[in-house]
Structure formats: structure tokens, C-alpha cells
Design a protein around this ligand. Structure first.
Ligand code: HEM
Length: 375
């Protein structure tokens, strides 16, 4: 319960961009993932590890080989498993190189130094490459999310011990789920020329490590190329059929609906509360619009907003639906999600005592090392 007596969700993952997806959010999980007394993370033939007793896959290619990673959604879709595999391999690659370069370091030092580099890479990519494509340049600058230019020779020390980096409810149950609108129905195999060689459907692959484990991981580059070569769906109010009608249909048809599951969350504020009756969004988009009716002109489809979604009053609109219907002049999420996500990522960064750009700390980098991550 929160201070207002509203039931709230318990977070199982850390809020930081700290590679907990690779190393786990708890000591217990970290021990499951690590090779004991070694700088390496466990693998199963260079694939994600499959310790005995894990049985959460709907459709394993080899029975009893269900993968684990730092986050338990590791097999939610093959593309997600590919990401997990890439970062696992990158840790082991970097740790092995560090071990060769620093034979005097003990195993624990090598492990922690490699982990530090992986976290820094993830923070650098997330804030400087990924977030700008979702939030746009203006929001990035407004919330001071970009890293400082290393060429300026100054490092960004935005740490504030008073900041609570916890994930805001409205972000977890609505804003951060913008990504569900970008998903496509396919998880294809794509060759080096960016040609699709095999079509795989998302609806057939939920919680199934099959495509990733087949042929000892030979499909991983083909799946990774799909991510690199194929455009995602637009950020808007449309959601791929696989997510809307067939979600988690394995092992039983027909499946679930991601949007319906999003409404159902507890303790979420309505669109009206977050946007102050639309005034926030409207004033952000136009100086002349100050109410929900005039906000209509800024929505992708106001008729749909008001009637087709079965809401009799715009005031009843759910936060996810309302915000995904907002237009952005560019290609980013609309103003409400820009604000919520901008705020959240600022809290995550300034609340992180171990943020990779912090200078002069035992856990930070020298200026030389930081240089490398922006390449
Ligand atoms: C094929 C890919 C994906 C699948 C199958 C998937 C599926 C799911 C499912 C089943 C849930 C739980 C819904 C519920 O019962 O409440 C969920 C939650 C969520 N998803 Fe996705 N998702 C995918 C991709 C994404 C992407 C790309 C993003 C964002 C960029 C995203 C963000 C979230 C967030 C923030 C939650 C809430 C997590 C929590 O409550 O801790 N998902 N997703």
C-alpha cells in the first residue's frame, strides 16, 4: 500500500540501468548465473545457461534446457533472448581479455571490472543512442539526459543522494509500455544482405527458446539481423495482432491481449490526472489550447479516442490509451510520455551512485576509459 492506501506493485528488478538483466537483481540470482570462483558467467555451449530445475519454457527445443538470465522474462520472445545472449557473451569476452591483460588480478577483480564495463556500455547506449529516438532531442536536453561530450574533458556528475530512483507507477504500467506498439508480428531469420530467409511468427514463439537454441545457436545472427535490418512499427495506437490476440498463446490457444492486461493494473492514474485535464499536453503542443476538447486536434484520432474505445467521457480515458493517441510533431512518443519517461530517466541517472560518468570514485572510470564507450 502507498501513503494514500492504494495497492501498489512490488518491483522484482532494480530500477537502475545496471545490467541486472545480465547479472541478476539479487545476490542469490547472481550466484546462479556465475561460474563459481571464476570471472566468467555460466553458459550452455555458448548459449544462455540452463541450470537444472528451471521449467518455465512453454516450448523448449530440448526438454529440460530452459534458459535463465538476470531477468526472468528471458524467453518472452526470441529477440529478447538474442539480446540476453549477446550481453552474456560480451561479458565473457571482455572478462577473458581483461584476464589476459592483467594476469595479476584475481578472478573476482576481473569479474567486477568486466561487469563495470558492461554497465557503462549499457548506460552509454541507452542514454545517448536509444532514448533520443524515443524522446526526441528537446526532451533529452530538457531533462539533461545526454552524457557530456568527452571531448570537453568534463564528466557528468549528476548524482544527488536525495533522489529516489524508483520506477514511477505511471511509467511502469503505461509510459514504458510504449514499446508494445513498436513490435511487429515477425521474428524472422535475415541473411547478411538483409533478405528474409525464413518467416517466423511472434505468436508461435512466446516463452519458447526453440529458435535461439536450435542448431546450437546458429540462428542467433539471423535473428539479430532482423532487429538491425527491419523497421519497427510506428509509435502509435496500433498494436500488432500477435500481441493483441495471441499473447502467450503457448501452451494454450487462443492467447491473451497486451492492451487489456495493461488496463487492469492497480493504482494507475488516469490520463486526466496526469495531464491535468489535458492542459499539460495542450499547452506543450500549442499555446492556445487549454482543454480536452481542443486537445482533440492534437490526437492522432479523436473520434477513436472518444467513441470507438467505448469511453463515454474523455475524462475516463486510461493513461496508456490517451497518451498513445497523442501526436508528436516528430516520430517520438507524445508529450505526456516524453515528460514521464524524461523525468524517470533523469531520476535513474541522478539517483545512481555508481553512474559510469562519475569521476574520482573507486567504482568509476578514469577519463581515458570513458572515452572508449562513446566510440
Ligand atoms: C515481443 C516482445 C514483447 C512481449 C512478448 C512482451 C510481453 C509483455 C507481457 C506479457 C507483459 C506483462 C503484462 C501484464 O500482464 O501486465 C509485459 C509487460 C511490460 N512490457 Fe512488454 N513485451 C514485449 C516487448 C516490450 C518492449 C519492446 C517494451 C518497451 C520498450 C516493453 C515494456 C514492458 C513493460 C514496461 C512492462 C511492465 C513490466 C512490469 O510490470 O514490471 N515490452 N510485456
Amino acid at each position: 500500500m502507498d501513503a494514500d492506501g492504494v495497492r501498489q506493485q512490488i518491483n522484482l528488478a532494480t530500477p537502475f540501468v545496471d545490467a541486472s538483466t545480465v547479472y541478476g537483481s539479487t545476490q542469490e540470482m547472481n550466484e546462479i548465473l556465475r561460474v563459481p570462483y571464476s570471472y566468467l558467467l555460466k553458459t550452455d555451449n555458448n548459449l544462455l545457461p540452463t541450470p537444472p530445475g528451471v521449467n518455465t519454457c512453454f516450448d523448449p527445443v530440448i526438454p529440460n534446457r530452459c534458459p535463465v538470465a538476470g531477468d526472468r522474462r528471458v524467453s518472452e520472445s526470441p529477440m529478447l533472448s538474442v539480446q540476453h545472449s549477446v550481453w552474456l557473451r560480451e561479458h565473457n569476452r571482455i572478462a577473458t581479455e581483461l584476464h589476459i591483460l592483467n594476469p595479476h588480478w584475481n578472478q573476482e577483480t576481473v569479474f567486477q571490472e568486466a561487469r563495470k564495463i558492461i554497465i557503462a556500455m549499457l548506460q552509454q547506449i541507452t542514454y545517448n543512442d536509444f532514448l533520443p529516438t524515443i524522446l526526441g532531442q528537446t526532451t533529452m536536453e530538457r531533462f539533461k539526459l545526454f552524457s557530456r561530450d568527452v571531448n570537453e574533458g568534463v564528466f557528468d556528475d549528476s548524482y544527488d543522494p536525495k533522489v529516489n530512483p524508483q520506477i514511477l507507477d505511471s511509467v511502469n504500467v503505461a509510459a514504458h509500455r510504449y514499446g508494445h506498439s513498436q513490435l511487429t508480428n515477425n521474428q524472422n531469420f535475415v541473411d547478411e544482405g538483409c533478405n528474409t530467409v525464413t518467416i517466423n511468427y511472434l505468436k508461435d514463439t512466446f516463452e519458447s527458446p526453440r529458435l535461439v537454441q536450435q542448431n546450437n545457436g546458429a540462428n542467433i545472427p539471423f535473428l539479430a539481423r532482423h532487429l538491425a535490418c527491419s523497421a519497427s512499427n510506428k509509435l502509435d495506437n496500433f498494436i500488432a495482432d500477435g500481441m493483441r490476440n495471441f499473447l502467450l498463446r503457448l501452451p494454450e490457444a487462443p492467447g491473451s491481449d497486451i492492451v487489456a492486461r495493461t488496463y487492469r493494473e492497480e493504482g494507475n492514474k488516469e490520463y486526466r490526472d496526469i495531464t491535468h485535464g489535458g492542459k499539460y499536453v495542450a499547452s506543450n503542443l500549442s499555446n492556445h489550447s487549454t482543454n480536452l476538447e481542443s486537445l482533440g486536434m492534437h490526437l492522432r484520432n479523436y473520434t477513436r479516442f472518444k467513441h470507438y474505445l467505448f469511453f463515454s467521457e474523455p475524462d475516463d480515458v486510461d493513461l496508456f490509451i490517451g497518451a498513445m493517441l497523442e501526436k508528436d510533431p516528430g516520430f517520438n512518443v507524445g508529450p505526456t510520455f516524453q515528460c514521464l519517461l524524461g523525468m524517470q530517466y533523469q531520476l535513474i541517472k541522478s539517483g545512481d551512485r555508481f553512474w559510469y560518468e562519475r569521476p574520482c570514485e573507486i567504482f568509476s572510470f578514469t577519463e581515458g576509459k570513458c572515452d572508449d564507450f562513446s566510440q
